[in-house]
Write a protein that binds this ligand. Structure first.
Ligand code: PLP
Length: 406
């Protein structure tokens, strides 16, 4: 059957939005691959490891035992208990089951929270560079993203004066992500403290904390989360986490949030009219992931750290690029300020980070994401969730192509 143009009028709330630019770049890269080019894509937002076997086995057992029906809307009681134990064990935080919600990924937790709380024009402060989905999710929920640029000189972290200046009577949330996608920057407890002091003085502002990269933190640093650092704020903090990154479970779609009961209940209202519950099989697997052996986390972290060090060193050896050593996640966010204004062998000018990334794709067959997508230019994001072999090859290509710019 041929389907003709329908003349669809998109809802205003999404009219200005597209699918993620990162996906669009990935699509251009795979198109080049189809055309026969050997393109290396360093854009992945997911570990290149597989889900641990014991977790897959738990899912298989759950299916065999008939756990294939809807679960409780806000998560199976057993998974919620595993999450309660996780917060106690890893973060020293005590939650009741009714302060926890399980959703189809951390992304749905964030979306639920924004849809449950934002009215038209309510503001959400988002430090940039930021994970691109944040601003679009705020917009879909009717809110206004307030982007606050955080410089590399401050480790891409928001400072207290910037936060104070960004708060207005319309501010509902501050959204923090540590370690960060795209910069890998993380806040220590000491670095969080001045920001939390500011929030204590503004009771209308709540804090949305995205801890999804909690376990991917290097150099023996201690992970900090605001509800633990400033218990006086815990009554207006939603701590979001999930299984995707630490347990290599992106496709299982399990995330969770912990916060005050009133908020969790409001989020459950939203979820009840979208996905109902997260997958029953995914939830069974998540129990095993959280309660079972955790050694793989440290082993994988060591591999990521070794890759981080190699990638940072290789990038810093390329004239025109400079790369800060990130504390966590599996991304680096080098500056390409030194190549802006140069000319490519075909005579075209590199006027922006987007031009530089397009040049790397077309000339060196390496796909990376321009910083302009994440709200801070001229930078680019490199994901090192890729094999050592691919990384080595890609970095040699980036070096050669960058040296050919005059
Ligand atoms: N938060 C950040 C900062 C991310 O980078 C991602 C995935 O890329 C997510 C949340 C989404 O996680 P989930 O797979 O649990 O929805």
């Amino acid at each position: 059957m041929t389907i003709h143009q329908t003349g669809l009028r998109r809802a205003t709330r999404i009219a200005a939005l597209g699918v993620s630019e990162i996906l669009a770049i990935g699509a251009r890269a795979t198109q080049r691959q189809r055309e026969g080019h050997d393109v290396i894509i360093l854009g992945a937002g997911e570990p290149d490891f597989d889900t641990p076997e014991h977790v897959k086995d738990a899912a298989a057992r759950a299916m065999a035992a008939g756990q294939t029906k809807y679960t409780a809307l806000d998560g199976s009681p057993k998974l919620k208990q595993a999450i309660v134990r996780k917060f106690q064990r890893d973060n020293g935080l005590t939650y009741e089951a009714n302060q926890i919600i399980v959703s189809a990924g951390a992304k749905q937790v964030l979306g639920n929270a924004l849809l449950a709380t934002l009215d038209e024009g309510d503001e959400v402060i988002i430090p940039t560079p930021y994970w691109t989905s944040y601003a679009d999710m705020v917009a879909i929920a009717g809110g206004t993203p307030v982007l606050v640029p955080c410089s590399q000189d401050n480790g891409f972290r928001l400072d207290a004066a910037q936060l104070e200046a960004a708060i207005t009577p319309k501010t509902r949330w501050l959204l923090l992500n540590s370690p960060s996608n795209p910069t890998g920057a993380a806040y220590s407890a000491e670095q969080y403290r001045p920001l939390l002091e500011v929030l204590l003085a503004h009771p209308q502002v709540w804090l949305l904390v995205d801890d999804i990269y909690e376990h991917i933190l290097y150099d023996g640093l201690t992970f900090a989360t605001p509800a633990q650092v400033e218990p006086r704020l815990a009554g207006r903090i939603l701590t979001v986490n999930g299984l995707s990154k630490a347990y290599a479970m992106t496709g299982w779609r399990i995330g969770y949030g912990a916060g005050p009961r009133e908020l969790i209940e409001a989020m459950a209202v939203v979820q009840s009219q979208s996905t109902s519950c997260a997958s029953s099989i995914g939830q069974a697997a998540a129990i095993e992931a959280l309660d079972g052996p955790q050694e793989h986390i440290g082993q994988r972290r060591a591999i990521f750290q070794r890759r981080r060090d190699a990638v940072v060193a290789a990038l810093n050896a390329i004239p025109g690029l400079s790369c800060r050593t990130p504390e966590g996640a599996f991304y680096v966010y080098p500056s390409c300020a030194g190549v802006i204004g140069r000319t490519a062998p075909d005579g075209s000018k590199i006027a922006s980070d987007a031009d530089y990334c397009a040049y790397l794709l077309n000339h060196a067959n390496v796909a990376v994401v321009p910083g302009s997508v994440f709200g801070l230019a001229p930078f680019f994001r490199v994901s090192y969730a890729a094999s050592d072999e691919q990384l080595t090859k890609a970095l040699l290509r980036i070096a050669k192509a960058t040296q050919e710019l005059v």
